[in-house]
Design a protein around this ligand. Sequence first.
Ligand SMILES: Nc1ncnc2c1ncn2[C@@H]1O[C@H](COP(=O)(O)OP(=O)(O)O)[C@@H](O)[C@H]1O
Ligand SMILES: [Mg+2]
Length: 307
Amino acid sequence: MQIWAVAGGKGGTGKSLIANGLALGLAERGLQVILVDADYGGPNQHSYCGIRKPATNLGQFFEERRPLEELAVDTGVPGLRLVPGNLNTASTDSITWSQKQKLFRHLRLLRADHVVLDLGAGTQYDTLDTFLLADVKVGVILPDPLAIENFYLFLKNLKFRQLGNLLSQAGLKERAKEIWKQRQDYGIHDAREFVQHLRSLSAGFAESLDQQQERMFLQVVLNQVREFSQVELGLAVKSSVQKYLQIDSAFAGYLRYDKDLWQHFSQEQPALRSSGSFTLRYAMEGVLSSILDHPRRGEGVAHGRTG
Ligand SMILES: Nc1ncnc2c1ncn2[C@@H]1O[C@H](COP(=O)(O)OP(=O)(O)O)[C@@H](O)[C@H]1O
Ligand SMILES: [Mg+2]
């Protein structure tokens, strides 16, 4: 079973649209897919699915301890089920840290080929941890400096969170804090040198850092493109993410801005299945194919392992 997660820092970029499109595309390929609306503060995946009043919601997993499996409702699309978000309360404060940890464990137990997670905006620890846990990490950006800025911030936080988690696991967190405080004495000037120094402390830590680095591969999707010249941005983001954050990524493709998208929401079917959404659907297909063909750099499913 594979967990896919869609995130990106800023709200309103199209994370939910893209999570929906990926889940739909995977189901149409004959796979069993469960889409989980994990945007605790602003759930709307049910609307993308064409469900007005979901019969169940993720809140019942947290509050009533109902099994996640039971909360997945049919979407009318064969193979695609949805665990809707909680519409009764948009308060994320009521869900504790340990409840969210429990959710991670239960996601892995779901009986499906793919679980697609629609994550909320922002850089809260649980969003970062969920994203880190995912086998396929999809980041959504817009051709807009504010969205790009938040995306970098999201990734920077992600790197620090990953480092912090690994240091805790290795029992090195306090030591690392001390070293950072006295970094001048250690001749450490920046984050890179800091990490380099931490690696030298423990071979086990260095090894788990390498393993995590291997898992940290990002699929970047550019949404709401209005002019073709904006597409270059997707490629530029890929290279600067590598240069400044040492994160490998692939530009999985782009979706045009569709001024009529809002008209395709209905209670009959997922918005992307409406005939008017054809262009978006077609672009989504391209994005999905690109992700499936290149789950990692140089690693194509369809074309075999090349690097
Ligand atoms: N390619 C697009 N063209 C037109 N409108 C879009 C597109 N992608 C998203 N939208 C609209 O932008 C808004 C935010 O999209 P949503 O998927 O909810 O983003 P997020 O989950 O990142 O907050 C919605 O009103 C949605 O209909
Ligand atoms: Mg959303």
